[in-house]
Ligand binder design. Structure first.
Ligand SMILES: O=P(O)(O)OC[C@H]1O[C@](O)(CO)[C@@H](O)[C@@H]1O
Length: 620
């Protein structure tokens, strides 16, 4: 597939086209064309040979049809209760890598189903697409960008050239800068403006500039090595533009000992900019309005040096990353590296990178049949597109992963929540699940009723061989971690086997009550069993789920790496902001909105602002 790029500004060719060529690498050449009678010369570049407009669309291939038939004629007639009696099947539906075990025998599949899914993966050129991603081809075609979060965790000695630059060298330059800066702050060499050591950090960012680092921070907070390294330091996150979040983030912190880390890829995100401004004012109010205050107490992670400098942050205190790192894939860049290294030390962050890299290599090189992210991705496609389950849940049996479901929710839903394929055509099959989850056992006492008796939601159960914080309570039959894990083992079987009317009756329940107590079962899930949750394992887990999302996007032939869906709401908020400014301070009537919004806005304006500006600014 080919796309026009580098056209003169006034010309938008607005199309992509294919040539009957399948070239192995990206190439560029120029074409002359007449647009509005003007002769223009554009550079045209291949986005690689992985997508050809002339290819048969995935849902029209014989491999896709075979799976549809298989779902209808074979799988629909099976029940997990029966499938799980077959030891050979259980043995086959199991894969292991580097301490991580995936048992997918409770998925509604047979070994034959997996074979058909591998055929589909081959037909979708999964191997080539993976390779194109790792190689740095511009597979994010709508934004003309490479997708190289895997380069963020590549070992220092490796090389990867993108547009003539060895990006691994750039990655490690930033990591080394973070290592040295975090060492200086942690050792007290870099103090606050009043000379006090810095021991509180507020990471200001939203979406991908927040959820990944927060999940990682929570995962490490109770881990032995990381928590010892953190000492009495405090790391908090400020994401929501709700001023209440400012209160929560700054509550009881001494500004003299606090550093704000502004994390924004674009540095144009309204929520982050307002929060950064609010924290800047908070620091200035308490520490004085001198350039030193900002220099000592504010740093940034961004791709936008100009805006960082304009904001007033010393360019020396900016830790860059690159346009080939998508926001939701950015936790391994300075976005996660800086806050986590300040809180826990760089060594802990480096272990996290190593875990992620180990999973990257496995994803890149292991055969499909033993490849954990590929297996998870294929099962996702199977459940969504062939069995039509449109949601899925993640249940980590570890409180330390309490923010993991939220991170995966953004990662996956922002990536695969699409309605057109890579060619711009409507997809004629369901893509993009609704992801949600809670740590077990909390989820069990909340929404599991629906999972057992209501809609069918495929689940991932994530458990750990050992606890981060082992406790044995005298008089109890098992340790607290075993108690937790008893649930990890029980829930998938309860979902799979259910309980028949006959079984309920046998328990002596009155007849009228029986239907209320029947569990239909046949509800699919996967079990991931991992070693104790440390920085390395957290890295493995992250990469596993990042690649699962990519696999699904590759098979569905969608672009998992853009996010235009978040734009429309932002544009409308701009219009509302202008209206609020004009109505509140310049007595203008609400205009230009539909009747429902006009009514709501009028009602809202009856409320009090609760604070005042010194000078009212007319917003344009
Ligand atoms: O890092 P930035 O540029 O502030 O963007 C924050 C987030 O906003 C989004 O663009 C949309 O919500 C995310 O993709 C991104 O992670």
């Amino acid at each position: 597939m080919w796309r026009p790029s580098k056209c003169p500004n006034e010309v938008s060719l607005g199309f992509t086209f294919s040539l009957p060529l399948a070239l192995p690498k990206q190439v560029r050449f120029s074409v002359k064309s007449r647009v509005n009678r003007k002769l223009v010369v554009c550079t045209v570049e291949s986005v690689g040979s992985i997508y050809q407009a002339s290819d048969v669309r995935i849902s029209k291939t014989s491999e896709w049809k075979a799976l549809e038939q298989h779902a209808k004629n074979v799988i629909s007639k099976t029940h997990l209760r029966d499938l799980l009696t077959d030891p050979e099947r259980s043995e086959k539906l199991w894969a292991e890598f580097d301490g991580c075990i995936l048992d997918y025998s409770r998925q509604r599949v047979l070994p034959e189903t997996m074979k058909l899914l591998f055929d589909l993966a081959n037909r979708a050129k999964l191997q080539e697409k993976k390779e194109a991603m790792f190689r740095g081809d511009k597979i994010n075609i709508t934004e003309n960008r490479s997708v190289l979060h895997t380069a963020l965790r590549a070992p220092k000695e490796t090389q990867l050239f993108v547009d003539g630059v060895n990006i691994i060298e750039s990655v490690w330059q930033v990591l080394e800068k973070i290592r040295s800066f975090s060492n200086r702050v942690r050792s007290g060499q870099h103090t606050g403006v009043t000379g006090r050591p810095i021991k509180n950090f507020i990471a200001i960012g939203i979406g991908g500039s927040y959820l990944g680092p927060e999940f990682l921070h929570e995962a490490l907070r109770t881990e032995r090595v990381a928590s010892a390294a953190a000492g009495d330091r405090i790391l908090r996150f400020l994401s929501n533009v709700d001023p209440v979040d400012v209160k929560r983030a700054t509550d009881k912190l001494n500004p003299e000992e606090t550093m704000a880390i502004v994390v924004s890829k674009t540095f144009t995100t309204r929520e982050t900019n307002i929060n950064a401004k609010t924290i800047k004012d908070w620091l200035i109010y308490h520490l004085g309005d001198s350039p030193e205050t900002i220099k000592k107490h504010m740093v940034a992670c961004s791709t936008n040096l100009d805006m960082v400098v304009k904001f007033g942050i010393d360019p020396e205190n900016m830790f860059p990353f690159w346009d080939w790192v998508g926001g939701r894939y950015s936790v391994c860049s300075s976005v996660g590296a800086l806050p986590i290294s300040l809180q826990y030390g760089f060594d802990v962050f480096e272990r996290f990178l190593q875990g992620a890299h180990s999973m990257d290599d496995h994803f890149r090189y292991a055969p499909l049949e033993r490849n954990l992210p590929v297996l998870l991705g294929l099962l996702g496609v199977w459940n969504m597109s062939f069995l039509h389950y449109n949601a899925r849940a993640i249940h980590p049996y570890s409180e330390a992963l309490l923010r993991f479901p939220a991170h995966i929710q953004q990662l996956d839903m922002e990536s695969n929540g699409k309605h057109v394929n890579i060619f711009g055509e409507n997809v004629d099959y369901p893509v993009g699940e609704i992801d949600f989850g809670e740590p077990g056992t909390n989820g069990q006492h909340s929404f599991f009723q629906l999972l057992h008796m209501g809609q069918v939601v495929p689940c991932d159960f994530i458990g750990f061989m050992e606890s981060q914080n082992p406790v044995c309570e005298e008089g109890e039959p098992v340790s607290n971690h075993d108690e937790l894990m008893a649930n990890f083992f029980a829930q998938p079987d309860a979902l799979a086997f259910g309980k028949t009317a006959e079984e309920v009756e046998k328990e002596g329940n009155p007849k009228w009550l029986v239907p209320h107590m029947v569990f239909t079962g046949n509800r699919p899930s996967s079990c991931l069993l991992m070693p104790v949750l440390d920085a390395y394992v957290t890295g493995q887990l992250l990469a596993l789920y990042e690649h699962r999302t990519a696999v699904q996007g590759f098979l569905w032939e969608i672009n998992s790496f853009d996010q235009f869906g978040v734009e429309l709401g932002k544009v409308l908020a701009n219009k509302v902001r202008k209206q609020l400014n004009e109505s509140r301070y310049f007595n203008k009537d609400i205009s230009g909105f539909n009747p429902s919004t006009t009514r709501l806005l009028n009602r809202y304006l009856e409320g009090s602002v609760g604070c005042a500006f010194e000078h009212v600014y007319h917003y344009e």
